[in-house]
Write a protein that binds this ligand. Structure first.
Ligand SMILES: C[S@@+](CC[C@H](N)C(=O)[O-])C[C@H]1O[C@@H](n2cnc3c(N)ncnc32)[C@H](O)[C@@H]1O
Length: 209
């Protein structure tokens, strides 16, 4: 199993820079604030989170399966203020031992993994007791009408256009189902209009010891 989205991988660095200017950089800052210790970032893409890791983070293992994005992540790792190692790998089979990570980071990734439940099981496995999953994801809309539009998009064009992304996943519910406990959950629109991909969550879930 591998991830290869050559067109999306060419477009995402440009799209994501526009999102940064539109306010996503502040959300990344909030996602990563006050982290410490050993971190695993799943699906870093072109590595836009790397600049936001605080100096209390001792090492980031960044697991990126898409070859072109992984090269961008390598470049971003070279500019980061904390040690970042970028490796090939999948959320569904993380290259890390059980109970070794103080935190796992996912941003705009759980919409795209092929098997969300397996990915979350893996995240649970690699977290230390009391370790944190920090997440920033776009999710299912809050009205039945828009959720229906998301279902149609997800069954047709959207995943093919957007690197395997799905607009309508109920990711907060999936995180709770994985055995992690959500301790903080903010919901917001990004951009600030009601579109199929603008419903976002940002939060922290903990692996209870
Ligand atoms: C929309 S991009 C987000 C990139 C980055 N996390 C960010 O915040 O800008 C989705 C990322 O998820 C990665 N991805 C897709 N399927 C994956 C999987 N099964 N395991 C790990 N990463 C995956 C893609 O290669 C891509 O880097």
């Amino acid at each position: 199993m591998s991830v290869h989205h050559p067109i999306f991988a060419r477009l995402y660095p440009m799209m994501s820079q526009a999102m940064e200017r539109g306010g996503m950089a502040e959300r990344r800052q909030a996602l990563l604030a006050d982290l410490a210790g050993e971190v695993i970032e799943v699906g870093p893409g072109n590595g836009l989170n790397f600049a936001h890791y605080p100096p209390t983070v001792s090492r980031v293992l960044a697991v990126e399966p898409e070859p072109r994005l992984r090269q961008h992540a390598h470049d971003a790792a070279g500019r980061a203020a904390v040690p970042v190692e970028v490796v090939d790998g999948l959320a569904e089979r993380l290259p890390a031992e059980d109970g070794t990570a103080d935190a796992v980071i996912v941003s705009l990734v759980l919409c795209s993994v092929r098997d969300q439940q397996t990915a979350l099981r893996e995240i649970h496995r690699v977290l230390k007791p009391d370790g944190q999953l920090r997440f920033l994801e776009h999710v299912r809309a809050d009205t039945p009408g828009l959720a229906r539009v998301q279902r149609v998009l997800d069954a047709t064009l959207w995943p093919r256009l957007a690197g395997g992304c799905h607009t309508g996943r109920d990711t907060a519910a999936a995180i709770e189902r994985s055995g992690l406990t959500i301790e903080r959950l903010d919901r917001f629109l990004f951009p600030d209009t009601r579109t199929p991909s603008s419903f976002h969550i940002l939060g922290t879930a903990v692996r209870r010891s």
